[in-house]
Design a protein around this ligand. Structure first.
Ligand code: DLL
Length: 433
């Protein structure tokens, strides 16, 4: 039977959720107008005043915030409370420019923990469970986010953090961990390492995994579920909005429920910024309606996604987001064609490979080149050149029909592509150099 952390919200009528959102949004806009001069200026430039916002129907009048605003206002320009009320910060890795630093009051941490607690209970967690948190602890939000959520649920929490794979497996076995939280690529690596150690799924007590922080396909879910002998749940979030737990999957595994009493979601056309009707694919935009220290209004996530309002058979009424298809800034334009790494991954998994690959983009004689290095699994490893050529040819064909362009595929030996303990690095774009 489905269990909920907070059924009064998770299963509330859409009217009740709307009432909560209306009330909190009006409050939040006032809060920002009074305390965040950077956003107030943006509102003034657009000619909007707090009294123009009477509820969610007026959300479209408000200006967007983007990563550029975060960079412009770094470090304290978007802070919504006096510094003395901030009790923690988190930060992104900053690989694509300046780091994003997000701030939290005690209340903000509490509502974030509540979001993660809902995700853990939806994955079958209760105080009977031992939960191993193998997301990185520290500036990354994964570790501490799930950790605080696990405390709320009352699980025995193992703050393993990422890395040291043998020790991870030892803890899972010795302490009888039933739930593991980490990136899907690390979960796949744990499965691979278990196999190498001669362990079968039935040798470990895990029953569920809560995986997110990067895009992963349905095929990868099936692989992880099989190798670890668990049910794998997706979880979504971003540092700007608190961290993991903005949305979470239930036992239906059919989209992630957005915690709508804290976040209002919209889908926009990334080029025109026009709000699109429900069911359309576009860029996901979130308004955090009760987070006070770092109050994001209409924040453009750059994640490409679709929303669905139909009732879910788990009983939750919270709107669902599909697995993000990728990010607008992940999209590679190769010889004029839009290519997402997730499409390449789908082809590989359909052909029996695992998600151990690297995409290398370059330019020769003014033409883009697309090279995909793919690891053979230990079972399919061979040095028979004819066989390797045939398999490479099959992948080239598969990619041509998925992407519409020809890639060069090279099969490489098992374990020759570096594993990641956090988010996997899939693309090397040498055109930028
Ligand atoms: O990745 C927060 C998180 C930690 C989520 C642990 C889930 C689990 P950032 O480092 O700020 O925060 O990266 C946010 O990661 O905009 C998406 O592009 C991507 N992302 C996060 N979760 C998912 C997911 C954390 N379930 C960015 N599926 C987001 C696909 C995801 N992409």
């Amino acid at each position: 039977m489905e269990r909920y952390y907070q059924d009064s919200i998770e299963c509330a009528s859409p009217e009740k959720i709307r009432e909560i959102q209306d009330e909190k949004l009006v409050e939040q806009v006032k809060h920002v107008w009074e305390n965040v001069p950077y956003y107030r200026k943006k509102m003034e430039e657009k000619g909007v005043k707090p009294e123009d916002i009477k509820g969610v129907e007026d959300l479209h009048k408000l200006p967007f915030l983007s990563k550029y605003d975060l960079r412009d206002s770094y470090p304290y320009g978007l802070l919504g409370v006096p510094k003395k009320d901030v009790v923690r910060i988190h930060s992104t890795s900053g690989t694509t420019g300046k780091r994003v630093v997000a701030y939290y009051t005690k209340g903000d941490l509490d509502l974030w923990a509540e979001c993660c607690a809902r995700a853990i209970v939806a994955a079958g967690g209760s105080e009977e469970d031992v939960i191993q948190v193998s997301y990185g602890y520290g500036l990354f939000t994964g570790g501490l986010g799930l950790h605080d959520g696990a405390h709320k649920v009352g699980c025995m929490t193992i703050p393993a953090s990422s890395g040291n794979t043998e020790r991870q497996i030892m803890f899972i076995r010795d302490l009888q961990a039933t739930i593991i939280c980490c990136t899907p690529s690390y979960a796949a690596y744990l499965g691979e390492s278990m196999k190498e150690m001669g362990l079968k799924p039935e040798d470990i007590p895990l029953k569920a995994g809560i995986f997110g922080a990067e895009a992963w396909s349905e095929e990868m879910r099936h692989d992880i579920e099989k190798t670890l002998g668990i049910k794998a749940f997706d979880i979504y979030g971003l540092t700007e909005l608190s961290g993991p737990g903005v949305a979470f999957e239930c036992s239906e595994q059919n989209g992630m429920h957005i915690n709508e009493d804290h976040f209002i979601a919209e889908i926009i056309d990334p080029d025109t910024e026009e709000v699109l009707p429900e069911g359309s694919q576009g860029e996901l935009v979130f308004t955090a309606i009760d987070k006070k220290a770092f109050p994001m209004i209409r924040y453009r996530t750059r994640d490409i996604c679709t929303l669905h309002r139909e009732k879910c058979s788990c009983g939750r009424t919270l709107i669902r987001m599909e697995k993000p298809k990728g990010r607008t800034d992940d999209m590679l334009i190769i010889r004029g064609v839009n290519v997402f790494p997730s499409q390449i991954e789908t082809v590989l998994l359909e052909h029996g490979y695992q998600a151990n690959y690297q995409i290398i983009v370059g330019r020769e004689n003014n033409t883009d080149t697309l090279d995909v290095h793919v690891e053979m699994t230990p079972e399919m490893f061979t040095d028979d050149i004819t066989e390797i050529n045939k398999r490479q040819g099959d992948l080239v064909k598969g990619m041509l029909s998925m992407l519409g362009i020809k890639a060069k595929v090279t099969l490489v030996a098992p374990k020759s592509i570096t594993r990641s303990e956090g988010k996997a690095v899939r693309v090397i774009d040498n055109r930028k150099i």
